[in-house]
Design a protein around this ligand. Structure first.
Ligand SMILES: Nc1ncnc2c1ncn2[C@@H]1O[C@H](COP(=O)(O)OP(=O)(O)O)[C@@H](O)[C@H]1O
Ligand SMILES: O=P(O)(O)OC[C@H](O)CO
Length: 505
């Protein structure tokens, strides 16, 4: 009997999970790593620590499962997306810390790109809006700010990669420099229509082609792990950015199927089939996956603060001790008592894309309790998701029948019920919510014949609970109007945007 090993390299931890043929989890290991905040708005990771933690967890998961390399049919990789690393091709040494997707240091540069009128070509070719979130401006920043980097890049001495590339480089001991279509589509210099790097976009961003990895599909045998990493080489056969992998793991194989992941941020993806149609509402068009020569695309709405608002209530305000206490606290009040919390701590992502929005709590009265704040925090997550689903329906012309959910915060029943209420759409939670790792496992397993058809993997997906809408539609509409009012108060708040370019400490 064989198994699949999924490597799930996330924003806060590296995990490895061993899956059996029926989709069950045999063993897993997880290791957190350091979050580096050198300045306000900057977020970095030590790429070496990412690799070390990923290798350690992979070995640990195999050990826990009492398996040898020969028992593993293939490795599937899934990863935090957009985070950028540049390293030396000879030594494999990173030239600096990885710049993480949450990092806002390139916001101003992105404003300049917008002002120069590059928004349309970037959307038409790469399906993205201009934002510091994506890898492109991060790569450019490293080339311009790390001494000697641009010359070395021009000489072909350096390699750029998103985290998937970095892991594969290390897994193959520097033999392979490649990425998959899903990760490539998060750069701002990829062409969705040709599935290739785009020379015009590279020119706009001033990034030399010599830096870039080769682009491959999401499901094929790319390489074998280098000697010495495990007791024998293992095939690497699947790669997917974590949100795309979750879409795959949720079996959203057909056009119109969608999932929302409630982690640190929230990411809603809808399968839109084989045409990369563009959003009219600032959603992203991205590659869902490419396999057997066919590319499927997705519309995506990215929310920067989801479950992180719960962490803030815990660590910032101290009104709960652990994340799961929020449900009882929120249930201790009948409703939000007129309180609305907009968690725009890092600006607002889709569909607003306001880099200068900041968090607000409105509607406070003398009677407001921490229960109301807790409830408003959970509702704020659900309202953001509803804003995205609404424009997704308009963009795709598809009236979704259900929303599949996963991620840490989907364990919260009050949140899921409110989500169904406010969406007026059933919310479906599966039994196994490790859908990201599962997606990577499926992509790898399908490439090596461990599973043969989509129907094989669909068997492993089972419903845990369906949350049906219970709120009357008029009430849901009214609540959303109030949310819109609260949103307006959070918008364009940070000072340097209103001072029109004047530097503010
Ligand atoms: N019961 C809960 N209710 C609401 N949020 C929760 C609950 N349990 C965990 N969370 C939130 O879920 C997030 C963790 O989910 P996870 O999927 O592990 O995130 P990530 O992959 O982004 O690290 C944290 O932000 C945490 O605050
Ligand atoms: O690592 P996660 O689960 O927080 O996901 C991060 C996303 O890929 C960012 O786009």
């Amino acid at each position: 009997m064989k198994f699949i090993l999924a490597l799930d390299q996330g924003t806060t931890s590296s995990r490895a999970i061993v899956f059996a043929h029926d989709g069950s989890i045999i063993a897993s290991a997880q290791q957190e790593f350091t979050q580096i905040f050198p300045q306000a708005g900057w977020v970095e990771h030590n790429a070496k620590e990412i690799w070390d933690s990923q290798l350690t967890t992979a070995r640990e998961a195999l050990e826990k499962a009492k398996l040898k390399a020969a028992d593993i049919a293939a490795i599937g990789i899934t990863n935090q997306r957009e985070t950028a690393v540049i390293w030396d091709r000879k030594t494999g040494e990173p030239i600096g810390n990885a710049i993480v997707w949450q990092d806002r240091r390139t916001s101003k540069f992105c404003d300049e790109l917008k002002a120069a009128g590059h928004g349309e070509i970037i959307q038409q070719r790469n399906g993205l809006v201009i934002d510091a979130y994506f890898a492109g401006s991060k790569v450019r920043w490293m080339l311009d700010n790390i001494p000697g980097a641009r010359d070395r890049a021009n000489n072909g001495e350096l390699a750029f990669g998103t985290i998937d590339s970095w892991l594969i480089w290390n897994l193959t001991n520097g033999k392979e420099h490649l990425t998959d279509v899903t990760n490539a589509s998060r750069t701002m210099f990829y062409n969705l229509h040709e599935n290739a790097w785009d020379d015009d976009l590279l020119k706009i961003l001033d990034i030399p082609r010599q830096l870039l990895p080769e682009i491959r599909s999401s499901s094929e045998v790319y390489a074998e792990t280098a000697e010495g990493l495990f007791d024998a080489p293992i095939k690497i056969a699947g790669i997917g950015g974590d949100q795309q992998a979750a879409l795959f793991g949720q079996n959203c194989f057909k056009r119109g199927m969608a999932k929302n992941t409630y982690g640190t941020g929230c990411f809603m993806l809808m399968n839109i089939g084989d045409q990369p149609s563009m959003s009219k509402h600032k959603l992203l068009t991205t590659v869902a996956w490419q396999r057997n020569g066919k590319t499927d695309y997705a519309l995506e709405g990215s929310i920067f603060i989801g479950g992180a608002v719960v962490q803030w209530l815990r660590d910032g305000l101290g009104i709960i001790e652990s994340s799961n206490e929020i449900e009882a606290l929120a249930a201790s009040v009948e409703d939000c008592g007129g309180v609305y919390l907009v968690p725009a701590f890092a600006g607002l992502g889709a569909p607003h894309w306001d880099q200068y929005a900041r968090g607000t709590i409105t509607g406070l009265t003398r009677g407001t309790t921490k229960g109301h704040i807790a409830r408003a925090a959970l509702e704020g997550i659900a309202f953001q998701v509803a804003d995205i689903l609404e424009v997704m329906k308009q963009d795709s012309g598809i009236d979704m029948k259900e929303l599949r959910v996963d991620g840490g915060a989907c364990a919260n029943n009050l949140l899921m019920q409110f989500q169904a209420d406010i969406l007026q759409t059933p919310v479906v939670r599966p039994k196994i919510i490790e859908t990201t790792a599962m997606g990577a496992a499926y992509l790898a397993g399908l490439a090596v014949g461990f599973w043969n058809t989509d129907a094989d993997v669909e068997k492993a997906w089972q419903v845990d609970r369906i949350f049906e809408p219970q709120m009357p539609p008029e009430e849901a509409a009214h609540r959303r109007e109030r949310w819109d009012e609260a949103l307006k108060r959070a918008g364009d708040w940070e000072e340097h945007s209103t001072l029109k370019g004047k530097a503010v400490p």
